[in-house]
Design a protein around this ligand. Structure first.
Ligand SMILES: *[C@@H]1O[C@H](CO)[C@@H](O)[C@H](O)[C@H]1NC(C)=O
Ligand SMILES: *[C@@H]1O[C@H](CO)[C@@H](O)[C@H](O)[C@H]1NC(C)=O
Length: 282
């Protein structure tokens, strides 16, 4: 074989090896398997307690394609059905994000107290069950939630920064604990300047912690005046791969605000923001 052809041969061989290797790292054990999990409600035992969760596969689920895994986490005094159903399932993402497995876990006592880290363990077990059975790209695992569900998503970013590629916090606060504040996680956050349940300052303290973790340059984030019907989005300059976006909107404690700050449901601008933020990763 001429020298030139043989080095091309070697280069292609190495490339193939590299591609195989990287796909082995990112794709889970469920890739290629006929799935046993079907869309619907499941139960599992976590630290001796029975826990419920809902999983949704795309209609055209393809076992050969690594999927995103997105958790939609419910707010206080609600349950997993509120995230899975309603006018905007999974905060509106389910109808627009393809190649994605959605999961709605159910909190104990309709909340996410995460006592002794038991809710983190619940998520760990769901991720294991889903990854072993379905084809997941383990570099594309996300969580999003409103209020207590935002607090739980933040807690996941603290406890499992290497598992979660990104989180989206809709009007959240520090309510479910934070085990560690050192490692970066891509972070989308929004909060109402008129929030009467979890004050804006509570949201900003999560943001400020993430600014440090993600190595972002400090920046003056603008805030709209109350009753201005405006919103101000600030995109920070951070460590590559760990973006941070913060939107302050003129509104109260609502999950999916529209441009009058009321709950706009499936018409909220939030859907585009979270969709764009999560889909920038591949
Ligand atoms: C998924 O959605 C993206 C963005 O809308 C699109 O570019 C892509 O082709 C879609 N993929 C599939 C498999 O439908
Ligand atoms: C926002 O949503 C509320 C409640 O659904 C609705 O009454 C209002 O007309 C909407 N405003 C805009 C600007 O979309």
């Amino acid at each position: 074989m001429p020298a030139r052809q043989s080095s091309l041969h070697w280069a292609l061989g190495l490339l193939a090896l590299f591609l195989t290797f990287t796909s082995v790292i990112a794709d889970t054990a469920g890739c290629g398997k006929a799935p046993t999990l079907t869309s619907g409600t499941k139960t599992m035992t976590v630290n001796g307690k029975s826990r419920r969760w809902i999983v949704r596969l795309p209609n055209n689920y393809d076992r050969a394609v690594p999927h995103r895994l997105v958790f939609g986490v419910h707010w206080r005094d609600a349950d997993y059905g509120a995230v899975d159903g309603g006018s905007a399932p999974y905060y509106g993402l389910r109808s627009r994000m393809n190649n994605t497995i959605f999961v709605a876990p159910d909190g104990l006592n309709k909340g996410w107290a995460n006592s002794g880290g038991e809710d983190i363990t619940f998520f760990d077990q769901i991720i294991k069950a889903v990854s072993d059975d379905l084809c997941i790209n383990e570099k594309l695992i996300f969580s999003l939630g409103f209020s207590y569900g935002g607090a739980m998503s933040y807690s996941l970013a603290c406890s499992r920064p290497k598992v979660f590629r990104g989180v989206a916090i809709l009007s959240g606060a520090l309510l479910s604990g934070c085990a560690s504040t050192t490692e970066p996680v891509a972070f989308y956050q929004q909060h109402g300047v008129r929030d009467s349940v979890l004050q804006l300052s509570m949201g900003k303290s999560l943001r400020d912690s993430m600014i440090k973790r993600n190595g972002c340059a400090s920046k003056n984030a603008g805030e709209p005046a109350k009753n201005s019907r405006q919103r101000v989005k600030t995109t920070y300059e951070c460590k590559a791969g760990f973006p941070l976006v913060f939107t302050a909107f003129d509104g109260d404690h609502v999950a999916l605000p529209n441009d009058s700050g009321s709950d706009g449901g499936a018409n909220s601008w939030t859907l585009n923001e979270v969709y764009t933020f999560f889909s920038q990763f591949s």
